[in-house]
Design a binder for this molecule. Structure first.
Ligand code: SF4
Length: 159
């Protein structure tokens, strides 16, 4: 679910697998993913096969998730395409080995619905560009991120 975005077809597939393997808990995670919890270890290979989706990164020292808000397409406050940027970032940096877990957030305005201000790397859309934040943490050592730079970009110029 790149950027926390899914489809009706994928949701149906997940529901079918959850029913077939009698999954005890289906829960939306804090990283905007769907977690299937409490399953039998021996069911895992068959479940992945049925799902036909890559595994997520809930535990690794790598990019975990990029959380996004709905952005300019679906929110009247949005100034940028937060879902588009979040999906691009996640595809570019997934599977990267890092010294510690890395979380990112992309919000399309300073209201910050994707919690960009408490992510390792956060993006906040403003008129004409993106503010980029680093060093935030929403864990045991709560820390507001520091604004690194204001990147002035035309729309969809982040690639
Ligand atoms: S961060 Fe801003 S643009 Fe994104 S959903 Fe929240 S209010 Fe809307």
């Amino acid at each position: 679910m790149y950027g926390g975005v899914t489809t009706a077809a994928d949701l149906k597939k997940i529901a079918e697998v959850a029913e077939k393997y009698d999954v005890p808990l289906v829960k939306l995670t804090g990283g905007q993913r769907i977690g299937l919890f409490g399953i039998n270890k021996e069911d895992l290979p068959a479940m992945w096969e049925d799902l036909g989706m890559p595994s997520g990164y809930a535990y690794g020292k790598t990019l975990r998730t990029v959380k996004t808000c709905v952005g300019e397409k679906f929110c009247r406050f949005g100034t940028q395409d937060s879902m588009g940027l979040g999906i691009e970032l996640e595809k570019k940096f997934e599977r990267l080995d890092t010294p510690h877990k890395v979380k990112m957030g992309v919000s399309a305005c300073p209201r910050n619905c994707a919690e960009s201000g408490i992510k390792d790397i956060g993006f906040v859309g403003v008129d004409g560009g993106w503010e980029i934040y680093i060093g935030g943490n929403g864990g045991t050592d709560l820390r507001a991120a520091t604004c690194l730079i204001l990147l002035k970009l035309k729309k969809r110029q982040w690639k």
